[in-house]
Write a protein of this length. Structure first.
Ligand code: FPP
Length: 245
């Protein structure tokens, strides 16, 4: 959700005004995705690196998270949305941690859109914490590293409950991943737009979906194989039907 600061600066407003308007854009994106039948929406709200920002901006962002949780969770719940937060929550103030856990528990049984907020999240942090937890649970792997494969590690990633993303959207004109879901984005379609996050509305969500529809997802195969799965593949590929390659 990039471009909040520049959206505000262009209007001669303080950067934090952009974050406040960014919350409205979050609401629009969640409503639009829920209406369109999206099953998982993950928003990168605060990266592990965002602590480097000026203290007043960081504290405003924390306040926005608290207020948004207090105000919006009832509505999310009423709409069948399940809320999850991923990231190193231990760095946040206790009140925010409590609100997050309460909101997650309250919406846990919902079966509509799963909305994940990534907060104090970093893709590298995620791979490292997953590795540590895996080795803690399965210490035998430390002496037999050849047994460590993707299937062993992925259950420990913070978003193990969700499939890998189909579409990644970055607003604000930058064309980089910035330490988001590094492991999970391996085969995701990447969409970059100059639109600043506070301006990212329903039509912009649909435009991103339209881009996605034009993509051919080959997962390492050829176009011919996608048209006719019987077109020969190597023995190594035999039996691999849904795995990226
Ligand atoms: C990046 O834009 C945006 C952030 C670091 C914060 C995103 C937070 C929100 C949209 C509000 C709160 C979210 C929730 C889920 C309640 P930037 O400030 O880096 O923009 P710039 O590149 O123009 O400076």
């Amino acid at each position: 959700m990039d471009g909040n600061g520049r959206w505000a600066s262009r209007r001669l407003l303080p950067r934090v005004a952009g974050h406040t308007r960014g919350v409205d854009a979050v609401r629009t994106a969640v409503e639009t995705c829920a209406r369109r039948g999206v099953e998982y929406l993950t928003l990168f709200a605060f990266s592990s690196e965002n602590w480097r920002r000026p203290a007043d901006e960081v504290s405003l962002l924390m306040r926005l998270f608290v207020v948004a949780l207090q105000r919006e969770v009832g509505k999310l719940h009423a709409n069948g949305i399940r809320l999850r937060v991923v990231g190193d929550m231990s760095a946040f103030e206790q009140r925010l941690q409590d609100l997050v856990r309460e909101a997650e528990a309250r919406t846990a049984g919902n079966t509509g859109l799963t909305l994940t907020i990534a907060a104090n999240y970093g893709g590298r942090w995620d791979v490292l914490q997953a590795t540590r937890q895996m080795l803690q649970d399965r210490p035998e792997l430390a002496s037999e590293p050849s047994l460590i494969d993707e299937a062993a590690l992925t259950p420990y990633l913070a978003m193990a409950y969700a499939p890998e993303p189909d579409l990644f959207i970055r607003t604000g004109g930058e064309q980089r991943i910035s330490n988001f879901l590094l492991w999970q984005l391996a085969y995701t379609e990447l969409y970059f737009t100059d639109c600043f996050w506070p301006d990212f509305g329903e039509a912009d969500v649909d435009q991103a979906f339209e881009f996605y529809r034009t993509r051919e997802r080959r997962f390492g195969r050829t176009s011919a194989q996608l048209v006719d799965p019987r077109v020969s593949s190597t023995p190594a590929d035999a039996g691999v039907s849904s795995k990226p390659g």
